[in-house]
Write a protein that binds this ligand. Sequence first.
Ligand code: NDP
Length: 454
Amino acid sequence: MSHAVINPATEQEIRTVELTSAEETDAAIARAEAALPAWRDVAPGDRARLLRRFADAVDADIENLARLEVANSGHTIGNARWEAGNVRDVLHYYAAAPERLTGKQIPVPGGVNVTFAEPLGVVGVIVPWNFPMPIAGWGFAPALAAGNTVVLKPAELTPLTALRLAELAREAGIPEDVFQVLPGKGSVVGQRFVEHPAVRKVVFTGSTEVGKQIMAGCAAQVKRVTLELGGKNANIVFADADLERAAATAPYGVFDNAGQDCCARSRILVQASVYDRFLELLEPAVKGVVVGDPGQEATEMGPLISAEHRQRVASYLPDDTPVAFRGSAPEGPGFWFPPTVVTPSSASDPLLTEEVFGPIVAVVPFADEAEAVAMANDTAYGLSGSIWTSDVGRALRVSRGVEAGNLSVNSHASVRYWTPFGGFKQSGLGRELGPDAVEAFTETKNVFISTEGS
Ligand code: NDP
């Protein structure tokens, strides 16, 4: 079976990709298992060197990878270059890990006690369509660095950059069976990662609904799992904030990648005393977002990923929705959707509770700090958020009060490869990136060596 890969900005077919069957997935997992002993035994410095070579190969291919992502996912060329660069940087960062996977020597009577950080085995990485390159790298780079072999399933809609990354890994000298990319369906390839006993860990990014199924499936084998799931993130704007900056940046905190971002700040909570002024400032900022051909340097927002997804996003705007104002979007072919600002009045409105995953933002007022924190936390999710204030004490109080894994003050930055990333509550389990992520790809083994004479 094959899948026609579509350019979401033109609706043209780019090429077809063969879908991996369940039997082929099992065969790939068996090869990954067979490749494990040799990969685990590669000297730490050599494994590090191979990962650095892989990073260099990605670096040399950035423009090609970025253009592939523009065509396959409709990402703006600026974002796509950043995403390819992120894979390079994540590989370089975790290339420093193999020689640093130290254990501990723990004092015990009658001998020596040491711990080892052992690789888990075969790791299955399941990637969504919203950030095909970075999310793949956040899984495979630390997994490979820790001595695991990797099978990776890109989203059916967006396999092209992952397939290219597999080629680059091979060019860099990483053995073919150590890192395999298996394009295919979640219900086939992803499901085998969950069920196959040789896969010892599943790294999943995607919807909370599928994440729960994966976690339940993995429980049958006590399989390790990392989950990066949805978000309904709050951008909290206090009256004492630099309102001009808060309003000018808010569109980019939610409409980046057309809102198809688990970190999208899709709820803007504004202190009531400045609510009207904030909306006045927000309107020109939203109307100024440049939506169009993602391959053009000046474009700030591209299309949605598919016709089906556009329909899903549009379903959040029934006729009686209080739309405050909208930006622009091209007419004609492509899955376009204009940036849209809504002002729902009920806290249970799906626009305030569900992850829309499109360029729609809800703006609502709050009275005081306590109410802002309560509203920010009134969600099953807890991934990210922003706090705009000029009061450093408030910034810290609210940061500690909001139940989310990644917060930024007077900024919308969420992801740096050297800081931990992940969610509270139903936004996920475990952390990716940062100095500790490699540990999530190892088991601690404790060994006691007796020094008693025989
Ligand atoms: P999914 O969670 O369905 O897909 C994410 C990945 O999981 C894809 O690779 C998918 O494969 C795979 N998958 C799907 N079902 C299974 C399964 N039973 N077992 C193993 N793997 C599986 O997300 P959707 O693409 O359907 O998006 C739906 C919504 O989810 C979005 O609108 C958004 O709200 C949210 N989402 C959140 C993301 C995030 O970053 N947190 C990312 C993507 C989506 P396949 O290629 O076949 O779809």
